[in-house]
Structures are given as C-alpha cells and as structure tokens.
Design a protein around this ligand. Structure first.
Ligand code: AMP
Ligand code: GLY
Length: 423
C-alpha cells in the first residue's frame, strides 16, 4: 500500500519513520516533507492547505492511506474532502477538528459534558471581558479563540497586561480573525501532561503518557514555544490519574462529540494540568502533539498502520497496541531567536556522529539542504530522540546526541525529562 503523510515537521518525520517500517507499506510520500523525511519517503511539493492539489495527487497515485499531521488542513476539511472521494484518510473531520480550531467551542463542550476544566467565559466585546477578568484575580489566562500557531495564549501577571491582551485580540490587532473572540480563564497550578488516544468515535485506545516542555528556557522560564522537548512515559500520569483521565476526559469528550453530531475519529490530544489527584483539561488538539509524537512513536512496538487504517475505517475494537518498556526522550534543538524572529540558513554539523549513537534518531523539523549539507530553516530545527532503559538513561543518550550537533546560534533546554526524575 502507498501512504501519503501531510506535513513537514518533526511530528511528520516521526510518522514517516514509523509508517515506513510497516510490512503493509510499499512506498511513503510526504507533502511537503523536509530533507530528513526525504531519506525515507518521496517529498511532494504541495502545501498542507492545497486541498485540491493533495486530492488530485492521492487519486493519481492511488494512495491507500493518507495521514494528516497538522491542524490547518484538518480545520479546512481535508478529511471530509478525501472521504467524499472514497479515499481512506486518518484524521478528524472538519466538524470534529473544531475541538482544536475553536477554544470557545471546546470550553463550552467541556462545560456541557462535565469534562473537568478551568473556570472561564467567552467574550467578543472588550468591556465585559475586562469586568470578568477582574473577578478572577492574578495571574489570569487570556486565549484567542481560533488557531494562532500555539501563540494565542497569554498568561497575564498584571491587570495591565491582561487588559492589553484582551484589547489587542478583540480589536483585531493580534491574531486577526482568530482573536475576534477570547476565552478568559482561571490560572491553574500543577504539572502538565499530554494524553493522546486513538478513537473511532466510540472506542478509545490511549497512547502511552507523555510530557512536553512548552517554555523556551530551563526551569519552564520564558515565553511559550511549540514545545522544546518531550518524554514518555510521564510518571505524573499515575495509574489512578490515567483511569480518571480515561473516564472523565476522554470518554465524556468522545461521547459528547458523538451526541453533538460531530463524531470524533482520529487522534484526540488532551493537554492536562495535574495537581495532586486533581485533573483539569487545558485544551484539546485534533492531532498528534509535536514533539510528543517523536518519543511516543519510538516507544510504539506495534505496527502503526493497522490502527491508522482501523481508525479511518471507523472501528478500532479489534486493535491491540503494544509499547516497548523503554523510556524515550526528545530534545528539541532550535534556531537562535526562536520563538521570536529566528535565524535561518546556518549550516548544521555533527549529524553523522549523532546518528551513530545506538537507539537514537534525529528527526528533522525545520531544515533545508544546501550544497549537500543540512542547514537551519525553521524555529524548531531538530528533535534528537533516544530510547533508554529508564528516563534517566534516555536523557543521557539524547543529550549525547545533542552534544555532537551544533550550528551558529543553536539553543536547547538542558533539563528535558528532569521532572520525571523527581518522582
Ligand atoms: P493551550 O493552547 O490552551 O494549551 O495553552 C498553552 C499553554 O498555556 C498550556 O500548555 C499551559 O502551559 C498554559 N495554560 C493554558 N491555560 C492555562 C491555565 N488555565 N492555567 C495555567 N496555564 C495555562
Ligand atoms: N507540543 C504541543 C502541541 O503539539 O500542541
């Protein structure tokens, strides 16, 4: 079977890497892919939002399975389009992908179906928004309703900052249309975890637990990014927490979406805040997390293609997903300046030395090839991902890989996985 993966980041490199290992697969294409992906798949120069182009390509090549990586094509309805043309595609339909595309929708869904989440209100006018945030105390969280590439969440430490964020978003200065409504919510304390599950709209098969590191600097300092590193398993998700998340978050959400006439098929990602035995849902994503996908897929023992096909077909009841006992850690290496304006075109050295390390894989996220060498071409450039017998072993091995690789202006966190060691 031929498989098409849509996207170009570290998540898609990990998906291509895992899918290419399946005995069911004869060839993998990736649109648009990246130079690391090109070592395993044929890259097709089509943008992720070129829905007609992607459809024509899948039809021409008789693609047996299309796997959608990022949220943008999901929110534009790529799954609806492909299914309407009889193609097999893994991902949420447009009316279900709204769970990520609109924070107001997902908060209202959580409230209606009793999914634990932070207290909130949704506003499209500045004055009532400010009146509400004054009732919440500080810090307070201001979120743009729509997709804002991971940047639409402001944790305001002062009233001035909160008022400025609300005013910027609702006046259309920040995030354009995505900011035409805002969610204002209570600030939660605790430790975050990423909980992902495959679902066919009825059955739910959880992936292994994972934890991302959102802030740019060590110790969770500085502005938020798309994610600076991740590991799995995450011990903050104890068996008791796991059970609670399955019952109170995943089950209620999947059933709620079905009851709303928006059956959810694909991978459902809940961002959680865990505080002692308490869980609250921060957000939902309609896709695999990036970088979480990288350590998760390195730990996945089963062939991934049968579960992708079964999810797309709408019945995962006979699927059994197995995991390696080992831990996996992914350290993201980013370009200087990220998550603000960042450098591009710096030549990367040391990739061969890193690749020679056992149980380590370097996933490309933002690279370009230039005269036979790789150079930086994105904010997050590489995801250096390693397996180990314990999280501690995996951390040591991943940082051994990181130490071999460098370029001008490189930055990375030195504390990925550290929270797991404290437990
Ligand atoms: P979101 O896109 O809604 O997950 O928000 C991005 C990040 O902002 C989360 O991963 C958290 O680190 C932080 N965040 C969002 N909502 C809250 C909240 N209510 N309390 C504390 N931190 C939050
Ligand atoms: N790593 C966070 C996300 O994928 O949204």
């Amino acid at each position: 079977m031929k498989v098409l993966v849509i996207g170009s980041g570290g998540r898609e490199h990990a998906l291509v890497w895992k899918i290419a290992q399946s005995p069911l697969v004869t060839k993998v294409f990736c649109a648009p892919g990246n130079p690391g992906i090109a070592e395993l798949a044929e890259n097709i120069p089509l943008k992720v939002d070129d829905l007609p182009g992607l459809l024509a390509f899948a039809q021409k090549e008789q693609i047996g399975l299309t796997v959608v990586g990022p949220e943008l094509p999901l929110s534009l309805g790529i799954v609806d389009l492909f299914e309407d043309h009889g193609l097999t595609v893994f991902g949420a339909r447009k009316n279900a992908a709204i769970i990520e595309a609109s924070k107001a929708f997902s908060k209202d869904l959580m409230k209606k179906y009793h999914v634990p989440t932070a207290a909130y209100e949704v506003f499209s006018e500045i004055e009532p928004a400010i009146a509400f945030l004054d009732t919440l105390g500080l810090p307070v969280v201001v979120k743009a309703d729509g997709l804002a590439a991971g940047k639409g969440v402001i944790i305001a430490q002062t009233r001035e900052e909160a008022v400025a964020s609300v005013t910027d978003m609702l006046s259309g200065n920040a995030f354009g249309n995505a900011g035409s409504r805002v969610v204002i919510e209570e600030f939660l304390r605790g430790e975050e975890a990423s909980f992902l599950a495959f679902t066919d709209g009825k059955n739910i098969i959880p992936l292994a637990s994972a934890q991302d590191h959102k802030a740019i600097f060590d110790g969770d300092q500085g502005p938020n990014t798309g994610g600076m590193g991740a590991y799995s398993p995450a011990p903050v998700v104890t068996p008791a927490i796991h059970e609670k998340v399955m019952q109170e978050v995943m089950r209620r959400t999947v059933d709620g979406m079905a009851a709303e006439g928006r059956p959810y098929k694909g991978v459902l990602y809940a961002g959680l805040m865990i505080d002692g035995g308490e869980i609250k849902t921060l957000e939902f994503n309609a896709r695999f997390g990036d970088p979480e996908c990288q350590p998760l897929l390195m730990r996945m023992k089963s062939d991934i293609v049968p579960i992708l096909l079964a999810t797309a077909a709408g019945d995962i009841s006979s699927i059994n997903l197995e995991w390696h006992d080992k831990a996996a850690v992914c350290v993201v290496m980013a370009a200087g300046g990220y998550p603000g304006d960042y450098r591009k075109g710096d030549e990367i050295s040391g990739l061969e030395q890193a690749a020679a390390i056992d149980d380590l894989f370097v996933f490309h996220a933002g690279t370009a090839s230039k005269d036979g060498a790789y150079c930086t071409n994105g904010g997050r450039v590489l995801g250096v991902t390693a397996l180990g017998n314990t999280v501690q072993d995996a951390i040591a091995r991943a940082y051994q890989g990181v130490a071999a690789i460098t370029w001008t202006g490189v930055q990375y966190r030195t504390d990925i996985g550290k929270k797991a060691l404290g437990r």
